[in-house]
Write a protein that binds this ligand. Structure first.
Ligand SMILES: *[C@@H]1O[C@H](CO)[C@@H](O)[C@H](O)[C@H]1NC(C)=O
Ligand SMILES: *[C@@H]1O[C@H](CO)[C@@H](O)[C@H](O)[C@H]1NC(C)=O
Length: 250
């Protein structure tokens, strides 16, 4: 669960508004949905408009503050795992994630009475490269190293659940702000490769691939937190830029 402070978001709405008084019209190629549609129709309408955007997602949609997602570039993600069989600090930098634009949209659920949104997506194949820096212990095995890492993930199913509130922006329009955001995921299969300059790498690569389920299980809260941060940043930006009237007109 990620709690975002209302104050910071109000400040951000202010900034976004003053930076982009003319820019915050929804681009014409985005198919907006009428908020008075029956719930099932609204879900389907939003699902279809996300699918229509799919071809543009790999290049990114600057007007919506959506970054290019083929690959998606992340400067840095750190994990600190201090309990259980894994006692590791790991930092990944210069991360590139490939395959995010090839998603299947399994379901969209919108409840405007509760300002609740839920998106289920399946990524058949994700490929990730990053520079890693690892220090700590995995079971009894001491680990220390840095280098390039590669990861393949198949059948990645993610569910993002958002609870929003409505606030009046400085543009005198109502905007959504994120109250709670949680992300859940399952992975069909994971395969990793860590390049490095020492012997331990061979042992480590075998160990982590044999134990990927355990490792992902242990790191689940940290991974969910990292995913929620990315999704929250992108969604929050869209909500800052566009009022509810623009996103879901009457
Ligand atoms: C991980 O980093 C924290 C500080 O961020 C440090 O206190 C801890 O000892 C480190 N753990 C390992 C296993 O290196
Ligand atoms: C990931 O998949 C690609 C393409 O199938 C393959 O070339 C690469 O060796 C795989 N990497 C790992 C770490 O499994």
């Amino acid at each position: 669960m990620v709690k975002l402070s209302i104050f910071i978001i109000l400040l951000a709405i202010h900034q976004a508004y003053s930076e982009s008084t003319h820019k915050n019209e929804i681009p014409k190629y985005i198919h907006v949905c009428n908020r008075n549609l029956a719930p099932e129709q609204l879900n389907e309408c939003v699902r279809r408009s996300i699918l229509l955007l799919k071809p543009r997602l790999s290049r990114g949609i600057p007007q919506l503050s959506l970054p290019p997602c083929h690959p998606l570039y992340l400067p840095k993600v750190s994990f600190s795992q201090e309990q259980g069989p894994i006692n590791l600090n790991s930092t990944y930098t210069n991360i590139k994630v490939y395959g995010l634009s090839d998603f299947e949209l399994q379901s969209v659920k919108i409840d405007l009475k509760r300002d609740f949104f839920q998106l289920k997506m399946l990524f058949p194949e994700l490929y990730m490269t990053a520079d890693y820096l690892i220090a700590g212990q995995l079971l009894m095995l001491p680990l220390q190293g840095k280098g390039q890492s590669y990861g393949n993930y198949t059948e990645v199913e993610t569910t993002a659940t958002l609870h929003c509130e409505r606030v009046l922006g400085l543009d005198k329009q109502e905007h959504f702000i994120i109250q709670d955001l949680s992300v859940d995921f399952t992975i069909g299969n994971a395969k990793w490769k860590f390049d490095g300059d020492n012997e331990l790498c061979t042992v480590m690569n075998k160990f982590i691939n044999d134990n990927w389920k355990l490792i992902i299980g242990e790191m689940r809260p940290a991974i969910q937190g990292a995913m929620a941060k990315i999704i929250g940043k992108i969604t929050g930006k869209i909500f800052e830029l566009y009022s509810i009237d623009k996103l879901l007109p009457e």
